[in-house]
Write a protein that binds this ligand. Sequence first.
Ligand SMILES: [Zn+2]
Length: 216
Amino acid sequence: MTTYKPLPGYLAQRYHGWKATTHRENQAWYRRLAEEGQRPREMIITCCDSRVHVTTMFGSDSDELFIHRNIAALVPRYAPDGGHHATSSAIEYAVSTLRISHLIVLGHSQCGGVKSCFDMCAGHAPDLEQKASFVGRWLDLLREGYDSLPTELGGEAACRSLERKAVLVSLENLMTFPMVRSAVDAGEMTLHGLWADIAEGGLEAYDAEQDRFVPV
Ligand SMILES: [Zn+2]
């Protein structure tokens, strides 16, 4: 009985502020959203990192972005093996049921997940090597990205490069999902790879023709 406590006061206070202003002023719209269901145009797969504030970055309102977050914004390959696949289920729902038009993978600078993968692959994070480490096993998805890093890169530069590679690995893995491939091939949906610079507020998009990230 002592495990679950009331919501911290500061959060309750912020909630009541939102309810009394934004929600009250748009109540009919919220009711319509509740009746008609969501119709987001984009799905964004991004990192759990609290500094990646996608709704603020894109000025989005309710019903605009279907957001899925995980450690380092990684997408696994299509694997219909009966396991508990949170990311894959979100992708399936967004593509097959919501029929989103744009599927965006958004990585970011100073990503702790990517840094952990870098340390693990370099042999500096034995805890993450453990079978019982959920984070470590999740970050195995990015080992191929680490293995493809130019050997001359080190430290910060290598991490920045691996952050962008993580986006590309996720985009490639997305295309192993039959529903993603068929929506892309039919011209019903497009894939986009982005990388956000936390400190500078920068945003880069992957340009397939140039095979590099370019500023938006
Ligand atoms: Zn991150």
